[in-house]
Design a protein around this ligand. Structure first.
Ligand code: C2E
Ligand code: CA
Ligand code: CA
Length: 567
């Protein structure tokens, strides 16, 4: 930084330290650039601050001093409406004091023994610039709701600690609320705010015992940067209890992700990883705490790789659509009724990547539209191709992601496909997973209604894995229920599971829609489903998802059967 001596001389800096040598060293560093005042204890300092309050640009404040210590000075300055715009930089040798001073509203710290001169000059200059830009630092420093640091200040301090004390072992911890949007939707925003406050209280309580700092970085996400902990579960339990005590009865679960200290790791990356760990906590896990480990790092690298490679994959046709048949089992022999389009990625180096590995990734990253549009188009094209080539129209269902729902061009896209390939609306069916319905019920229902009004049929996928109530189901617009695979898996061995399947079939009868049972692998399962009155079946028993050339054979075989029967 270039500081013009003439220009800066008019700015006034107060140096407060009981040790003469410290005053001298700092004075020497700064005197060419600033006008300097000195005080040797807190009482003297306050007098000078009062006297020069309109002219003081910054106070450099030692914390440990006789008569009145620096904490007291800091707290008086911060609590005085005329003085609190003056930035204070604390001088300290001790980390706990430093963090406490920051919590109390210090603008920065300089460590003893003193840093290099350039560093001190730069920091003093920067704080003055900052404070001249904004008279009242404290308003922007804190999040009003929780009184934790705002995101910017938090990261500014965290980065400073990292830069000046790269050897301090600090944990990065991320906390958020599972399904916060539904907490808000169910109980109202005010309630949501109170829950956030209770988490803020819990975190502040924790930080009064353990050195560190914290911020609410976005809606329901908190970052904590603190001395390495042995027991993160204890902190999670503590915060969870704080929430319970505010919101007894409401089922609110916190999640926590931790990235432990690694020498040299940038705090931003450390927090990214803590967040990644936090996001791995899913509702069905027993634990709500995840510590980032090598496994996650591998997964993260793979994810990064897939994200980078997606564009190329589309251009180079590495993405392939496979088809899995659905059979009507109430006919004898079972009749091919339709197909489901399922994406496959044949990666040149990684081999066949399963959609389970990349669909959720692209969903959270916003790129799922690229994949889905590709599959929808390919499926529509395929229906037309089979129709021309084999003279048979095989309806194909495609999967919609939960995020596609927010795409305002969705209807146009589907209508465009129908026009382009000259299809009947009924040929291109849409599968929407049950949890997408329950997550955004209103939006979803509205969209599905519009699509159905155009003539599309909509299947509710993975039925039984979400939380639809019978009541909700009765007004959800659907044409077909796809029973989640887990219902079928055990019916041969568990009477109870078989009864559950029968319940699902009863619900479908009540809704007057047919059921597709997914994941049927054995003859016995098929028999039991047929006996229970299930009409459609999809699963390895008939065929795995296969490339279109293979699927063609199924169509041809089906045609021959129909011809033999004279249909
Ligand atoms: P899904 O929609 O529930 O698809 C059914 C999954 O079950 C497919 O897995 C299929 O291969 C598998 N499966 C079918 N029969 C059997 C069986 O008898 N036994 C067992 N164990 N599994 C069976 P796949 O292809 O790995 O797809 C997984 C999920 O990825 C799909 O679940 C779907 O949610 C998603 N997905 C696949 N393709 C797409 C796509 O193009 N777009 C979107 N948004 N999601 C897709
Ligand atoms: Ca599906
Ligand atoms: Ca499914």
């Amino acid at each position: 930084m270039i500081i013009s001596k003439q220009l800066k001389r008019s700015q006034l800096v107060l140096i407060v330290d009981d040790q003469e040598i410290n005053r001298d060293v700092l004075g020497m560093i700064l005197e060419d650039y600033y006008e300097i005042l000195y005080a040797s204890d807190g009482v003297e300092a306050l007098e000078i601050i009062e006297e020069y309050r309109d002219r003081l640009s910054v106070v450099l404040l030692d914390l440990i001093m006789p008569r009145m210590d620096g904490f007291e000075v800091l707290s008086r300055v911060r609590n005085d409406e005329f003085l609190n715009a003056i930035p204070v930089i604390v001088l300290t040798a001790e980390r706990s004091a430093e963090l406490r001073a920051l919590e109390m509203g210090a603008a920065d710290f300089i460590t003893k023994p003193f840093d290099m001169h350039e560093v001190i000059l730069a920091r003093v200059g920067r704080i003055i610039e900052l404070s001249e830009g904004r008279q009242l630092i404290s308003a922007a420093e804190h999040d009003r709701l929780t009184m934790l640091y705002s995101r910017n200040f938090f990261f500014e301090y965290v980065n400073r600690i990292h830069t000046y004390h790269p050897d301090w072992p600090m944990d990065a911890i991320v906390v958020d609320i599972e399904q916060f949007h539904s907490v808000n939707a169910l109980n109202g925003r005010e309630f949501g705010d109170r829950v956030l406050q209770s988490i803020g209280d819990g975190i502040r309580g924790f930080l009064s015992e353990v050195e560190g700092m914290a911020s609410r970085v976005e809606a329901d996400r908190f970052n904590i940067f603190c001395r390495c902990l042995d027991d993160h579960q204890k902190l999670l339990d503590r915060l969870q209890n704080e929430v319970y005590s505010y919101a007894r009865g409401a089922n609110i679960r916190l999640r926590m992700g931790v990235m432990p200290w690694v020498e040299g790791l940038e705090p931003v990356v450390q927090f990214d990883r803590a967040r990644a760990a936090c996001n791995m906590v899913r509702g069905d896990y027993k634990t709500h705490l995840m510590v980032y480990d090598e496994d996650m790092q591998r997964r993260e690298m793979l994810n990064q790789r897939l994200l980078n490679d997606l564009r190329r994959a589309v251009e180079d046709k590495e993405l392939k659509v496979f088809y899995q048949p659905k059979y009507d089992i109430q006919c004898d022999p079972p009749r091919l009724s339709s197909a489901e389009a399922l994406i496959r990625w044949n990666h040149p180096e990684l081999g066949l990547v399963s959609p389970g590995a990349f669909i959720p990734l692209f969903e959270s990253n916003g790129q799922i539209g690229v994949v889905d549009n590709y599959v929808w188009n390919e499926a529509a094209r395929q229906i037309a191709e089979w129709r021309e080539k084999l003279g048979v129209t095989v309806p194909v269902s495609v999967n919609l992601s939960r995020v596609d729902v927010f795409d305002p061009t969705l209807e146009d896209t589907f209508r465009g496909l129908i026009d382009r390939y000259g299809l009947d609306f009924k040929c291109l069916k849409l599968e929407v997973t049950e949890s997408a319905y329950t997550d955004n019920a209103e939006q979803m229902i509205e969209l599905i209604n519009r699509l159905r009004a155009l003539g599309f049929e909509v299947e509710m996928d993975d039925f039984g894995s979400g939380y639809s109530s019978l009541n909700m189901l009765s007004y959800m617009p659907i044409d077909v229920l796809k029973m989640d695979m887990k219902f079928v898996r055990n019916i041969e061995h568990s009477e109870k599971d078989y009864q559950l399947v029968q319940v699902v079939l009863d619900i479908a009868r009540y809704l007057k829609v047919p059921v597709v049972a997914e994941g049927v692998e054995t003859e016995r399962q098929l028999q039991m489903l047929r006996d229970a009155g299930c009409q459609l079946v999809q699963g390895y028993y008939f065929s795995r998802p296969v490339p279109p050339e293979e699927f063609e054979k199924l169509i041809i075989r089906e045609k021959q059967i129909q011809i033999k029967r004279g249909v």
